[in-house]
Design a protein around this ligand. Structure first.
Ligand SMILES: NC(=O)c1ccc[n+]([C@@H]2O[C@H](COP(=O)([O-])OP(=O)(O)OC[C@H]3O[C@@H](n4cnc5c(N)ncnc54)[C@H](OP(=O)(O)O)[C@@H]3O)[C@@H](O)[C@H]2O)c1
Length: 344
């Protein structure tokens, strides 16, 4: 026994150091949580709705944006849906109205929002965030049609379908990613935030990405753009923390949507409906909130944080790169399969 300890002194010392670090890490986390709960507790967030409230959703025709729209309609909010495709916008509007009426007919599914639900208004607007720099049409529409905006969901986002290195030729330009992911969120908040501040109520959901926190090689411009969204969201939350607003930075890891080539649903990849339901129910406080929106995404976030704090951020970035590389292979294989069937 003694000779075993002698021989493996270095290994034991390393394990003891790691164990000690781990316990310190957990204790510090618990102490900080208690401190925050005691001294920095924000007011509880209330889903205010008197039947005249509007929710504005960008990129509302698919994936997370569509689900946000659908579930906010179930909560009784009027919707302004912004997307780039007129037909898809019209179909989205009809689908949501249809789902609302089905829900209203099923008596046992009725909830307290049903009265407001049946009188919901849905407006649509065609706007391509990748090419438009003039937001005056949205400004005009918002000012003349929507008198009480309670919710803004900055959801629109774009990325490379196949992750790749920075200087390789790609189907969408870096400028396009910057326009859709950065300029859109900034301009929409410029247009809408002041009316929320005047009314002393409102919810802004800025859809970032977990990649923004941990950096994703092969998706560099995308994750950098999401890091901008996250920083902007947190700064504004602090600037307006006494104005009754809730400003949420949402960090999904992976959701099965068009953007992720409809990745197989598994514990880390929910469908958009489950993801959005869980994300909306995680909004509990006014002020600034950072949420992943889904239990397994929080688990992945904690895992990355722990690896970063023990092994350094570079280790996490390499780990994320290996995940993205595997994902890239999967998407390429899928594209080749579709090509062989002449489906793309
Ligand atoms: N899915 C994920 O795993 C994941 C992970 C982290 C973060 N996110 C973020 O979540 C948000 C939603 O992603 P998603 O997965 O739901 O994406 P999605 O399924 O590709 O849907 C994107 C939506 O944005 C619209 N859109 C795209 N480019 C546009 C443009 N230039 N102008 C106007 N509308 C445009 C799309 O319109 P069309 O219907 O016309 O294409 C669609 O309605 C994005 O900000 C994304 O970065 C997603």
């Amino acid at each position: 026994m003694f000779s075993f300890l002698e021989k493996n002194k270095f290994l034991l010392l390393t394990l003891a150091t790691l164990g000690f670090k781990f316990i310190c890490f957990l204790l510090t986390k618990i102490i900080i949580r208690i401190f925050v709960a005691l001294f920095f507790r924000e007011k509880r967030f209330k889903w205010f709705n008197d039947g005249n409230q509007w929710a504005v959703i960008t990129g509302a025709t698919d994936g997370i944006g569509y689900e946000m729209s659908q579930q906010l309609a179930f909560k009784g909010y009027n919707l302004m849906l912004i997307g780039r495709n007129e037909n898809k916008l019209e179909q989205t509007k009809l689908k949501i109205l249809q789902n609302i009426s089905i829900c209203a007919q099923e008596k046992n599914k009725l909830n307290k929002n049903v009265k407001t639900m049946s009188s919901i208004q849905i407006r649509t607007m065609v706007f391509d965030f990748s090419t438009s720099i003039d937001y005056s049409s949205i400004e005009h529409f918002v000012q003349s049609n929507l008198h009480d905006i309670f919710i803004l969901v900055n959801n629109v986002g774009t990325s490379l379908t196949i992750p790749q290195r920075f200087v390789e030729e790609c189907p969408i330009s870096h400028e396009e990613i910057i326009h859709v992911n950065i300029i859109a969120a900034t301009k929409m908040m410029e247009l809408i935030l002041s009316s929320m501040i005047n009314r002393k109520r409102g919810l802004v959901i800025n859809v970032a990405s977990l990649g923004a926190k941990h950096s994703c090689p092969l998706m560099s411009v995308y994750t950098a753009s999401k890091a901008y969204v996250s920083t902007l969201s947190n700064c504004l939350a602090e600037e307006y923390r006494n104005d009754g607003l809730a400003i949420v930075a949402l960090y999904p890891w992976r959701v099965s949507t068009k953007m992720t080539a409809y990745h197989k649903i598994d514990f880390s990849t929910p469908n958009p409906c489950d993801y959005v339901r869980s994300a909306l129910s995680s909004i509990k406080h006014c002020g600034g909130t950072e949420i992943t929106g889904y239990w397994s995404h929080s688990f992945i976030d904690s895992l990355f944080n722990m690896v970063s704090s023990f092994g350094g951020k570079q280790i996490t970035i390499r780990w994320v790169k290996s995940i993205i590389t595997k994902y890239r292979r999967r998407v390429i294989e899928m594209m080749q399969e579709l090509n062989s069937f002449n489906l793309v």
